[in-house]
Ligand binder design. Structure first.
Ligand SMILES: NC(=O)c1ccc[n+]([C@@H]2O[C@H](COP(=O)([O-])OP(=O)(O)OC[C@H]3O[C@@H](n4cnc5c(N)ncnc54)[C@H](O)[C@@H]3O)[C@@H](O)[C@H]2O)c1
Length: 252
């Protein structure tokens, strides 16, 4: 078996109808995994993957604990237990922390960080704690780094939520290592998706100039890192944040 092959593995992807999510769904199908494609609105991913019996679209609000229980039961009945959890659902926001709208800040933290931890706990309890597996969180290259970038590309509340995701990744990696689970994050740079709410050329004009590789990213740019981290090839990698950003922010 090839080291990147995921035959027989079940991956649970949240935010599966979005720009990066849909690319991830297609990438994991290509790597031969079974894919649970969960989203607030699963219609786009269901339409894009219609007729593919290795994709199970599910309507799920990641902030809804009881909905998660039902989604995991449905997954188990359809494919068996989850082997790989890919926490990709997220919302963008633009609030300042010092004087921004408290409700908006709370919503960003609730979806991007609290719901991620809650879903991870439930999947751990449901399957991973007994069988090992992989957890991959989608963070962000801007997270807490570089105040100027924060305010040009996103709001501070968004960056705060993603900094939590990066820290959670390392803490959970430590806690779950004894169960043979690896936990890593991918930190995308500026990727052209509906999240930016503008045409690619505008995003390119806004951000392209400061990206060493000379362009903004496309959703497909994230797929290789995710399949790699889910595969046997990454068996000895845990607690890492892998930046996929064209060199926009370089790791320590
Ligand atoms: N696009 C970028 O430049 C960029 C950069 C860094 C990180 N990210 C992260 O990548 C991930 C995917 O973002 P994207 O760019 O594809 O955005 P997107 O807006 O295209 O997709 C986000 C998806 O998440 C879903 N979602 C939102 N709230 C949800 C909830 N409560 N429950 C279930 N699903 C929910 C949406 O319905 C949507 O389909 C996010 O975590 C985002 O923060 C994106």
């Amino acid at each position: 078996m090839h080291i990147f092959d995921l035959t027989g593995k079940t991956v649970f992807i949240t935010g599966a109808s979005g720009g990066i999510g849909l690319a991830l769904v297609k990438g994991f199908v290509e790597a031969s995994a079974n894919v649970v494609a969960a989203d607030l609105n699963p219609e786009p991913v269901a339409a894009a993957m219609a007729g593919n019996d290795r994709v199970l679209p599910i309507a799920l609000d990641v902030s809804d604990g009881s909905g998660i229980g039902a989604a995991l039961a449905q997954t188990r009945a359809h494919f068996g237990p989850v082997d790989i959890l890919l926490n990709n659902a997220g919302v963008k926001s633009g609030e300042r922390l010092i004087d921004g709208d408290r409700k908006k800040i709370q919503h960003t933290l609730s979806v991007n960080a609290e719901a991620l931890l809650n879903l991870t706990r439930l999947v751990y309890e449901d399957s991973l704690k007994n069988s090992g597996g992989r957890i991959i969180n989608i963070g962000s290259s801007i997270s807490s780094r570089g105040a100027i970038l924060n305010y040009q590309a996103g709001g501070a509340d968004y960056c705060y939520s993603k900094a939590i995701v990066h820290d959670l990744t390392q803490l959970l990696a430590y806690e779950t290592a004894p169960q043979g689970i690896t936990v890593n994050a991918i930190a995308p740079g500026i990727i052209h998706t509906p999240m930016h709410g503008r045409p690619a050329e505008e995003t390119e004009a806004r951000h392209g100039g400061r990206i060493p590789l000379g362009r903004i990213g496309q959703p497909q740019d994230i797929v290789g890192a995710a399949v790699f981290l889910a595969s046997e090839a990454a068996a000895y990698i845990t607690g890492q944040v892998l930046h996929v950003n064209g060199g926009m922010v370089m790791s320590d």
